[in-house]
Design a protein. Structure first.
Length: 312
């Protein structure tokens, strides 16, 4: 097996462990906030720009941002159709639904796509990941607030300023995508040094993204909810990849693009599920348990299967 296969494990698990160690050492949370901001505003924006610099807009490419809708909302339909009564507490229900619908597409699926297909694969996945912020802001946050109000019998939780959440420096990677596509459309030649820097920074970005996650992670509650969350696994790792594969082959012929959609559909629970649970007073322990267990399942089951499939 090619050594590139193990890059994903190193770039995800090691920074998670480092974050836990830094918390025990008493590293200031402010430093972690600076790391997060630098990663999103600077590194992620640069990676988006560079990866899209060589991508040519085609009709098939338009399917990628659209595919986020079934990836996110098929789990919502399943939740309301079959799974809402699995937990009686609305605070549990909210965390459960968000954990099922949000995937770690930008970081984990993007890194896997880069290992498999290089910059092109990373760009494809980012085109799927970028619209997910709209789903988070326009759907997940209001629903999280609603579950909080039902669970506490209170309507006092502050209203979300959606425009303020959208118009922040955190959205600069989306501008990086647009700038990269513009440079590609204008046929501007990309300097070789830029590609070399991209190769280094994609790993730096993974470490900068996962280290703060490890810093805030509390493993004590993982085992408590692991068995209770079992329906998330067939939804994320079997049903969604199968449905998105079936839909994608109707519009796309490029095998790399199809694989990137399958990877994104099977992405484990996003750290945004934990953040939304924290922000709106839902069950944070449940969201963290889903994040940890689905991430491990993705790394040790789905990713190796996709890697083997692509290598056939």
């Amino acid at each position: 097996m090619n050594s590139r296969f193990f890059i994903v494990f190193a770039d995800i698990l090691l920074p998670l462990l480092l974050g836990m160690v830094l918390r025990r050492w008493g590293l200031s949370r402010e430093i972690l906030r600076m790391v997060i901001k630098a990663n999103v505003v600077c590194v992620a924006t640069f990676l988006s720009l560079v990866s899209f610099w060589t991508v040519h807009v085609t009709r098939e490419l338009l399917w990628l941002p659209i595919s986020i809708l079934p990836i996110c909302f098929i789990p919502v339909l399943l939740f309301y159709g079959f799974q809402k009564n699995r937990f009686t507490n609305p605070l549990d229900q909210g965390s459960y639904m968000i954990s099922m619908m949000l995937g770690n597409i930008g970081t984990l699926a993007g890194l896997c796509a880069y290992v498999l297909f290089g910059e092109k694969g990373f760009a494809y996945v980012q085109l799927i990941a970028v619209p997910q912020i709209l789903v988070i802001v326009l759907y997940c946050f209001p629903m999280a607030q609603r579950f909080y109000e039902i669970g506490t019998g209170s309507g006092e939780k502050g209203k979300t300023n959606f425009l303020r959440l959208l118009l922040t420096p955190n959205q600069l990677p989306a501008l990086g995508v647009a700038a990269g596509l513009l440079l590609s459309g204008l046929h501007v030649e990309r300097p070789e040094a830029v590609g070399t820097l991209f190769t280094v920074l994609i790993h730096v970005s993974a470490w900068m993204g996962m280290m703060p996650v490890g810093y805030d992670l509390r493993l004590g509650s993982v085992g408590t909810y692991a068995l209770k969350l079992w329906p998330i696994f067939p939804v994320k790792f079997i049903l969604l990849p199968a449905i998105l594969y079936g839909l994608t082959i109707l519009f796309v012929k490029d095998p790399a693009m199809i694989t990137c959609v399958v990877l994104s559909a099977g992405a484990p629970t996003a750290i945004f599920a934990v953040a939304a649970s924290q922000l709106y007073g839902l069950n944070v322990d449940m969201a963290e348990s889903s994040f940890v267990t689905t991430t491990l399942a993705f790394l040790f089951v789905l990713y190796p299967l996709v890697y083997w499939w692509v290598g056939m």
